[in-house]
Design a protein around this ligand. Sequence first.
Ligand SMILES: [Zn+2]
Length: 439
Amino acid sequence: MPQLPHFRIASASKRLAILFALLLSASVLSQTAHATTDSYQRVSLELPEPSRIDTLVQNENTIEQPALREHRYTLQRNQSLSHALQGIADNGNLLWRIGRHENAHYFTRLRTGDELVMWLTEDGELARMELNRTPTLTYILETNDELADGMAIYAERKEVKTRIVMASGDISDSFYLGVQAVGASPRTIMNLADIYSWEVDFVRELREGDEFTIIYERRYIDGEYIGDGAILAAQLNLKHRNRTINAFRFEQDGELLGYFNENGDNLRKAFMRNPINYTRISSRFQRGRYHPVLQEIRDHKGVDYAAPTGTPIYAAGDGTVKFRGWGRGYGNYIILQHAGRYETVYGHMSRFGKFQQGQRVKQGDVIGYVGMTGLATGPHLHYEFRINGVHHDPLTVEFPGGDPVAAEHKTTFAQWAGLLNSQLRRTDPEVTQLATLFE
Ligand SMILES: [Zn+2]
């Protein structure tokens, strides 16, 4: 292995440090799956866990006495611990001893459906009892003459192990099927669509042949998969637009700052492209349009989104309700004032949301519902985007971005993004050869 560049890891996030160490140590990197079909190709890299977690797992299953008999009891309605302990030797005394233990509540505050797993001696005495309170929290009772009061009641927490996995594929039938085919969960698919939602409309803009790669977390308890964690990095290659968009998750001190491209630009924009889940665009921004109701030639200074009456309308960006009321032509409508010189306008609402004039709204808040009040031939949202009072086409106007990576985090981010980026590029056969030289 050639000399690797020296990085200052101490100031970086813990996750960066762990991933960094794992990636640089080529011997621990194993390629576990590589399959190619017509519709997609899959490359998964599974990185092993930090060893401390293996140690914890080994500490379980400490009961090694072979003579014990397992007995399970599920609590029915209005039952308590005494029901579960019926039939167990000396259970009156046992209940009394549990009751005086400082952790008695682990086993006395039971709920319908709780399952107690007990191990009994040949004499029918309770040796051990367990209750899985949550997937990661187990309450345990042990009896043993050597313990104070002959009993211990304690809680054991299991570690959630996180593996970092890379997967890539093509879009074939649909985005959903494409990502699912590489083993990602529905939640991860939604997260991926969310990360890119300011750049790409996943339902309408993805085309067959577009490619994606994701590096994401898979979570396990005791080796059992329990679900996906965060997406750490993603790459979307829009072949038809000849455009590749990278996304790198970045957090500092446990706080998610967002997803950024390799230049540190925020993928999130100050405005959503479409403030509604629409059926179709029924009229575009244009000069000199024939107005169907007024029956004359007029400019159309916004976009009409056809959608069923009652469809929620979202605030396109953070701002304040500048106007809420009735306007000729507009019907029930709202003007939002955004930072600086931006305004958005929403017309023909059937009714308003809960935000009053003067109140602040966050991007994505429901401000009203589709209707056909005012001059409208069918239910739709008339939407305008104004900069300094001048109308712009909402579908093409350049939006200001969210905050980029802050100056004080630039170095850390560059290391993190560079590392992930080199991983993302491993699916490219030519780059893989280069990467192999480093292993
Ligand atoms: Zn309109």
